[in-house]
Design a protein around this ligand. Structure first.
Ligand code: FES
Ligand code: FES
Length: 175
């Protein structure tokens, strides 16, 4: 008799390994589940927000294998073996100290209600990982898919540019 093997999706999220059984959607994950719901509902990583749930607002952005992705438009079934970072993964795991980009948003009052900010920060983080010294225009372009109902785009961009400047100065001091 042929042995039935259950499909398991392996994810690494914020440095921790998870195995998610695929099934009928009762206790196991249905094939139609998106990464946004897996992260929030199964792994209890509620930092990412679901705004539109259709790829239009950027609130659910996480970094997957180095790229910013909208997790509401990504099926978890398609993420087997992926390395994912959510907003919870940015702070220092041992001390809890915030990542410098998160701190820059606090220092520069880069948000109002904060709903969009996890997505904004993860989008900016993916950009900065590739390009540590982006121009303001490049930052604005990267954030084109992140909407903020409070209208804090200006202060978000200012916070990111303050962080870029701060890092540039640190690098110059080390030369
Ligand atoms: S909730 Fe994913 S893009 Fe809006
Ligand atoms: S700070 Fe409120 S939605 Fe952006």
């Amino acid at each position: 008799m042929k042995e039935i093997t259950q499909k398991i999706i392996a994810l690494t999220v914020n440095g921790r390994a998870y195995e998610i059984p695929v099934g009928d959607g009762r206790t196991d994950m249905p094939e139609s589940e998106t990464l946004a719901h897996t992260l929030r509902d199964r792994l209890e990583l509620t930092g990412l927000k679901i705004g539109c749930d259709q790829g239009a607002c950027g609130c659910c952005t996480v970094i997957m294998d180095g790229r910013a992705v909208t997790s509401c438009m990504t099926l978890t079934m398609d993420c087997d073996g992926a390395d994912i970072t959510t907003i919870e993964g940015l702070a220092d795991r041992a001390t809890g100290e915030l990542d410098g980009l998160q701190q820059a948003f606090l220092d520069n009052c880069g948000y109002q209600c904060g709903f969009c900010i996890p997505g904004v920060i993860m989008t900016a983080k993916a950009l900065l990982n590739e390009n540590p010294e982006p121009t303001e225009e490049e930052v604005r372009e990267a954030l084109a898919g992140n909407y903020c109902r409070c209208g804090t785009h200006y202060t978000a961009v200012e916070s990111i540019m303050a962080y870029v400047d701060q890092n540039r100065k640190k690098r110059e001091e080390q030369v």
